[in-house]
Design a protein around this ligand. Sequence first.
Ligand code: NDP
Ligand SMILES: Nc1nc(O)c(N)c(N[C@@H]2O[C@H](COP(=O)(O)O)[C@@H](O)[C@H]2O)n1
Length: 220
Amino acid sequence: MQVIVNAATSADGKLSTRRREQIAISGAEDFDRVDALRTDSDAVMVGVGTVLADDPSLTVDDPDRIEARTDRGDPPQPARVVADSRLRTPADATVYDDSAETILLTSEAAGDDAVADARARDATVIVAGDDRVDLPAAVGRLPDHGIERVMVEGGGELVFSLFEAGLVDELSVFVGSLVIGGRDAPTLADGDGFVESFVDLRLDEIERIDDGVLLQYAVS
Ligand SMILES: NC(=O)C1=CN([C@@H]2O[C@H](COP(=O)(O)OP(=O)(O)OC[C@H]3O[C@@H](n4cnc5c(N)ncnc54)[C@H](OP(=O)(O)O)[C@@H]3O)[C@@H](O)[C@H]2O)C=CC1
Ligand SMILES: Nc1nc(O)c(N)c(N[C@@H]2O[C@H](COP(=O)(O)O)[C@@H](O)[C@H]2O)n1
């Protein structure tokens, strides 16, 4: 299993504003790079906080890339994976549309009725963990569903937990040329934060894209 985190931050490291409203930090070239990354992934994963804030599609936009996926025998779209311990993903969320497979990673706290409801919407539900999604266990079951390469798009709570669990192989950050500020605005890695045993990264690539910079790291 390969896990790649990709996100866009402001120069001060924020993913969005303190209102947790989605903002376009990336420009056209970076969004196109993200579309290519999705194309090369078996699944695109977010936390339920991002679903509630952004209602994302998590799909590949470019028709040529969709065709390339089918030509090589993959489904037209990567699966969408949501870490959602209590199945708070709204019934009318875009991730429930029929454009791609949807996999919800949840915990026992969701309850049988919520799991049945999600399955009735054609979602695949993986239950792992008591109160919160046990990420190593849940992610470890994705290969049973044909998923070997996962692109994680955020947000900060999920990304921190994935780093904490030692599940991240690569990190790509587009740093846009703006300052968002706000002590309560989400950052690339939130959660409780580390006080020791920080995650060491190896800087592999730096590239100027749009009016910002793309930093690509491997996790040491
Ligand atoms: N600029 C960018 O590239 C991006 C920006 N964003 C922005 O980030 C914000 C959302 O980020 P954030 O609020 O951090 O939300 P996340 O998307 O990280 O979702 C966090 C939620 O995921 C659920 N979850 C389930 N299991 C776990 C686990 N093991 N560890 C951590 N979380 C888990 C939790 O809810 P529960 O306990 O109920 O399961 C948690 O509250 C939005 O403002 C969005 O616009 C998001 C993505 C990319
Ligand atoms: N790469 C990137 N740059 C930004 O500026 C962003 N705001 C995001 N956000 C992420 O993209 C998701 C939206 O995806 P769809 O266009 O709806 O498919 C959003 O939910 C964040 O994960 N990413």
